[in-house]
Design a protein around this ligand. Structure first.
Ligand SMILES: *Cc1c(COP(=O)(O)O)cnc(C)c1O
Length: 469
């Protein structure tokens, strides 16, 4: 992309000083960074006056647009009263009110705050283990996750993540956990290829009762759901005495390529967790706050988790905040005269008043604008607008859930994702494919014409790239 002198200076200074996330920095020799000057609604504006439709909600965090007037106003007001105070020995209105409202929405109690998704996952894992330790079952130390799962990048979260590119380099540092099959057979190029860091192959993966079945385009493969449930039950039956928790991204695996599966699996997993005394941890960091069509994805399976991790959309994309909600049973197991039985975990910015205020303003918008219901009508309209993509000869496995649309592009380019990213930016849309998987995960305030622009430019990008395949 052509850049002016001012732009070139930002680029040089950024690569000289900032270590960018999830990036091989050398690639910025040929793929320039994009300095953003300001943003409003679904649009990001660069210093050259060009604009880009943020079709991935800035890494899945933005729900109601950039510079949202209502969230801005709430934050400005909060800023004049209290920005932050330590949450040990002190408390404040925004942290209390947010915990109460999240409790009402989820049916779970006590919110434990942190700053990022990965730290919420760490907290849930530690809480689960510590609960069993406090309950006289210290042997329950292992965690079970799905093949292809993503739960964050810190060492504990990475140990329940199965995405090779993020995990492999750190294999020797990670605890051994257990992996069970994904309950669908989405026919797409896997970007995760097993786990080199796992010393002992888990008993589960060598079980004989897997059946093949073709993926019909919907997130549904009844045999896969049954088989994966049977596999999970076998694992619990044989090893529940050493298993603390099952952690799962409900209904859709995000970072591994928007892989969707049927809610029946969650229902089954919930039943099995109860039966075998294993905690059910719902990692709703990506799926929470309406992304899958209900406020929380677990609702679609009527599966109430024991622990729920929330982050990303919680502040509408404004400030880092995460939280773990727990059942009263878990909370009560820590409540004692003995300090060491308590959950002594902490982060300096736990329960930041500003971040909690942004979250409250976000929840206000959900309530006053009837967002979940309106999104349903919107998604129905958008699903008609995307038909030309769904039926495009280069597009495979088109799928949709709530405010997520995803598909694979049939291309052999080894650097498809980067080429697509660059080509779509030139057409004014920000799309960041995962492998060959292109997905739309726009802010909910996106209008029909904006969504149409997204579809038109995505089609143009596919056609331009596929001409050169
Ligand atoms: C993004 C994500 C995380 C990690 O959250 P961070 O804020 O990036 O640490 C964990 N789990 C899921 C399902 C996610 O999508």
């Amino acid at each position: 992309m052509k850049t002016s002198a001012a732009n070139a200076e930002w680029l040089a200074r950024s690569t000289g000083a900032v270590w960018h996330p999830c990036t091989q920095m050398k690639q910025h020799e040929t793929l320039p960074l994009l300095p953003i000057a300001r943003a409003r609604g679904v649009w990001l504006y660069d210093y050259e006056g060009r604009r880009y439709l943020d079709a991935v909600s800035s890494w899945w965090v933005n729900l109601f647009g950039h510079a949202n007037p209502r969230i801005n106003a709430a934050l400005k007001n909060q800023l004049d009263n209290l920005e932050h105070v330590m949450l040990a020995s002190f408390t404040h209105g925004p942290a209390i009110e947010l915990a109460e409202r999240l409790g009402k929405l989820t049916g779970l109690g006590h919110a434990f705050y942190a700053s990022d998704g990965a730290s919420a996952v760490e907290i849930a894992l530690k809480m689960s283990f510590h609960f069993w330790r406090n309950s006289g079952k210290p042997a329950k130390q292992k965690f079970v996750s799905l093949r292809g799962s993503y739960h964050g990048e810190t060492l504990g979260a990475l140990a329940v993540t199965d995405v090779a590119i993020f995990r492999d380099a750190y294999g020797p540092l990670l605890n051994n956990n257990l992996i069970v099959d994904f309950p669908s057979d989405v026919a797409q190029k896997p970007i995760s290829t097993g786990i080199s860091g796992h010393a002992a192959p888990n008993a589960a993966s060598s079980l004989p009762f897997r059946r093949g079945s073709s993926f019909g385009g919907e997130a549904c493969c009844p045999e896969c759901v049954v088989d994966a449930g049977t596999e999970l039950e076998y694992l619990f039956e044989t090893r529940a005495t050493e298993i603390a928790a099952f952690i799962v991204e409900p209904l859709v695996q995000g970072a591994n390529g928007m892989r969707m599966y049927h809610p029946d699996y969650l229902k089954k997993a919930r039943e099995l967790c109860t039966k075998y005394e294993v905690h059910f941890i719902a990692d709703e960091i990506m799926t929470g706050f309406g992304r899958t069509g209900s406020m929380f994805a677990c609702e679609q399976a009527s599966a109430r988790p024991d622990l729920m991790c929330l982050s990303k959309g919680i502040t509408g994309g404004y400030l880092p905040l995460s939280c773990v909600l727990s059942t009263d049973q878990i909370y009560d197991a820590f409540y004692a005269d003995d300090t060491a039985r308590g959950f002594l975990h902490s982060h300096s910015y736990t329960g930041s008043a500003l971040a909690c205020r942004a979250a409250l303003a976000t929840l206000d918008i959900f309530a006053s604008d009837n967002v979940i219901e309106n999104n349903r009508a919107k998604a129905t309209r958008f699903s008609k607008l995307v038909l030309p993509l769904a039926t495009h000869p280069r597009v495979k496995n088109f799928r949709h859930l709530g405010m997520i649309w995803a598909f694979e592009v049939d291309s052999n380019k080894p650097d498809f994702a980067r080429q697509f990213f660059t080509a779509s930016l030139q057409r004014g849309v920000l799309l960041r494919p995962i492998g060959n998987t292109v997905y739309f995960m726009p802010p909910y305030i996106i209008e029909d014409e904006e969504f149409q622009h997204l579809v038109t430019q995505t089609l143009a990008t596919i056609d331009a790239l596929c001409r050169s395949i």
